[in-house]
Design a protein around this ligand. Sequence first.
Ligand code: ATP
Ligand code: MG
Length: 605
Amino acid sequence: MRLSQYFFTTLREDPADAEIASHRLMIRAGLIRKAAAGIYTYMPLGQRAVMKVSQIVREEMERAGALEVGLPIVQPAELWFRTGRWYAYGPEMWRLNDRHGRQYALGPTHEEIITDLVAGEVKSWRQLPFTLFQIQLKYRDEVRPRFGVMRAREFLMKDAYSFDRDPEGMEASYWTMYHAYQRIFARVGLTFGAVEADSGAIGGSHTHEFMAYADYGEASLVVCPACGYAANVERATSSPRFQSLYPGEGEAPLTRIPTPGVRTIDDLVAFSGVPKDHTAKILFYEVTFAVPEGERTELVAALVRGDAELNEVKLLNALPGALRATLASREAVLSATGAPFGSAGPVGLRGVYRILADEEIARGKNFAVGANEEDWHYLNANMGRDFTADAVVDLRLVGAGDRCPKCGEALQARRGIEVGQVFQLGTLYSEKLGAYFLDQDGQQKPIWMGCYGIGVTRTVAAAIEQSHDEKGIIWPYSIAPYHAIVVPLHNEDPSLMATAEGIYREMGRLGVEVLLDDRDERAGVKFSDADLMGFPLRVTVGERSLREGQVEIFHRHTGQVEKVPVEKAASHAAEIVKRELEKLSRRADEEVLPEGARLAADERA
Ligand code: ATP
Ligand code: MG
């Protein structure tokens, strides 16, 4: 394509609302334009990058044996009622009515619709297993759409669903998709890792998130430098530290002491001299639960050590049917329990729906806690003797420096962009939606499912986040909208233009995706646009080097410049592109599964 005829505009200035590099650069390089909050138009350059990622995803899905389908975006509410997710999904689900007043949702994900489909089609074990996928727009009315297409309200997702006869089959399908994801992100050129994760609104048990590592990434992760354990902090645990919790310490007598003005844990430590790991704090949440008639809100108290932070995801997981939790107000706590805010504690606490205690509280001893009366605390409160809880669960937010649950090494903190997630769903959806099959033994059994998502548009943004400089994008060869741009420096020189055109045509003939910057612009403008748009190769055709029969090939990734004879320019560029694409494919071939994981193909061969 000729740039003079291309539909694009580059911007010199950063857009005011763009906080991160990928968002700024996608706007400035003319890849996307905003239509509404979290809703974007993909311009020709942006669309090509999206299509490149889609194509890699499609190839790897097919290589893994998955079949492509096209499911409807508009989904009847009735299916979502049957799984209970019409309410559970909350305000993120985009709902609409038809002219008859019937309710629908714009698909945020497709478990319901595909399980219903499969329930109607599959009768016998002979039809299993199989995996279906699609690449389609998804709709989520995010609370805070931001970072451009990274957290959008309309975005492109690859979603896949596997259907198996038994748990072993489901696991094999899961690892097959996991491996396909490793290959996909390797081919895209990302620096990434798979981490243990929370299963969130989808449900199910076993799940990994694929994270593109990036400083600004929205996800907080912990990784173990020694054994490779990696987890989203929403999920991360740190158990072995309990084993040596206060060894040899006995229970001391409960003592009520005056603590004038003490409101926080730090006040309490300063006033009483009790070490922080011998204090406990109580946090009150208004928790909303799904009930058949809609929603119900209850006050829940959570008890964690004074030096710990509470993990709200773990809190929600510990409360069956809980949809969301927000910190309760001072007034709500006082009116329900009679306890003033900074003085609440577990001893004699009344008026809450449920008290949850962190494992550290159950295993620890002699905590200083609030006495539910202003300016009074207890010393040496012990669970079981002085107070009880409705449940003891892991509630602690694990962070850097905590011990790895697998090997005990100090964990390190990292940030990541979630580009994909794989789940083992079990029979959760098949039972609710009636997806059963007749097994070889004549028994009716529910189908074992898995589901697998990749944020296609987010992956494009993540690649830019990982690969850019102050001048612009630096595209990995595999997803660059074009591999190269040919830049003639003097449009008014007909023989120079003819040389540039010749190289451009020859490159195209050799399979290089190439643009010709034939615009009537200064060299400086052409160079800065090429840098901004980030094509991996730039072939510069200038007067001076032409006098020696040469052109310059500029490598965007390394900044290196090669002088190449005119007649070799196209073939040399084509070789570079081929070599770089092969490098990324080899990277995919080097990806290995975690120990113990097996592929469905091995199983079924
Ligand atoms: P997040 O935690 O980032 O909100 P999620 O866990 O809700 O994502 P999934 O349901 O696992 O998302 O969806 C599969 C993939 O779709 C995600 O891994 C992510 O790459 C992508 N994705 C999810 N939400 C968005 C969004 N709002 N904008 C762009 N991509 C998204
Ligand atoms: Mg996810």
